[in-house]
Design a protein around this ligand. Structure first.
Ligand SMILES: [Fe+2]
Ligand SMILES: [Fe+2]
Length: 300
């Protein structure tokens, strides 16, 4: 089997939305024809403004179905304190979807989305113990033949060198529960920096670990750290033996999004306990701190 998931996040409709990049993302999605488009939160810049929600809804409708969407911290009102504390999810539910913790599945993959956005913090996120228990129970209700994927806006692991963006409250419990429930992959956004990792790299007590795929901002001008001013998204190919994650970055020289690295992980179903991931970085990428292997180009 081969399934393709397109992971975008942090589209941030509003003053920092790059219209040209937005059109390119839609064109990429139409060309790639993924089995699922995941939008990992931060759909608007300021949730207080109705106009941004209308723009976000119209933009998202133009992306191919099926789609799985979760909220980000920017999707909670910031200026209107009454709305922030009493109806933090109201506009998201009105304009985007009434479902805050969506589940999507086909015959061989299941994807569970979780809302990590909260009123009490402008930046950070949280998973409640009930959400973690529900996520584990939902994933466990599908057989081991399924590739099990979790989506949330905030991250479970602070990428190396990033001291500003802290992982969600209850990250350690979420990581342990994903491991027990057989989650092979967790897709996040929020940090406006693309990052590929594995929960095994930070916890010695896990069985198989969960691959982490962070997407940078797809269309906002507010990329961070080494992705300052840059836009990116991830293409995830799920096959019987491997999961292949390709980071696609907008390069001005090419005037389009191009693959800049590929990360290949063994599937749990391939019987692997843990193998070091293989990474390939293209000539075009000078900034990804990864060893480049010679004589290799990406096929996609
Ligand atoms: Fe964001
Ligand atoms: Fe965010």
């Amino acid at each position: 089997m081969r399934r393709v998931v397109m992971q975008i996040s942090d589209i941030h409709l509003g003053p920092h939305f790059n219209t040209e990049r937005g059109e390119l993302i839609i064109r990429e999605a139409q060309e790639i024809q993924p089995d699922l488009v995941v939008i990992a939160g931060d759909l608007v810049m300021r949730a207080d403004f109705k106009e941004q929600w209308l723009q976000a809804r119209e933009y998202i409708q133009r992306l191919p179905d099926p789609k799985l969407i979760v909220m980000g911290n920017h999707d909670v009102p910031q200026y209107n304190q009454v709305a922030r504390y009493f109806w933090p999810t109201a506009r998201y539910r009105k304009y985007i979807t009434p479902v805050l913790n969506p589940v999507w599945h086909c015959e061989d993959i299941v994807v569970v989305g979780l809302n990590t956005a909260r009123s009490f913090t402008l930046q950070g996120g949280k998973l409640s113990l009930q959400q973690i228990e529900w996520m584990a129970r939902t994933l466990s209700s599908f057989s081991a033949q399924y590739c099990k994927i979790v989506v949330m806006h905030h991250h479970v692991l602070q990428p190396p060198g990033d001291r500003e963006k802290h992982a969600i409250v209850n990250a350690d419990k979420a990581v342990a529960a994903m491991d027990r429930a057989g989650a092979e992959l967790v897709l996040c956004g929020h940090i406006h920096t693309s990052f590929i990792g594995n929960t095994l790299e930070v916890s010695a007590s896990l069985q198989s670990g969960t691959i982490i795929a962070q997407s940078g901002t797809a269309t906002s001008t507010r990329g961070r750290r080494w992705m300052r001013g840059k836009n990116s998204f991830n293409i995830i190919e799920i096959e019987d033996q491997v999961i292949r994650i390709s980071q696609r970055m907008f390069l001005r020289e090419a005037e389009r999004f191009v693959p800049v690295s590929e990360h290949v992980f063994p599937r749990r179903s391939a019987g692997a306990y843990y193998l070091p991931r293989q990474e390939r970085v293209l000539e075009t990428s000078k900034e990804i701190p990864t060893q480049r292997l010679p004589e290799q180009t990406l096929s996609r």
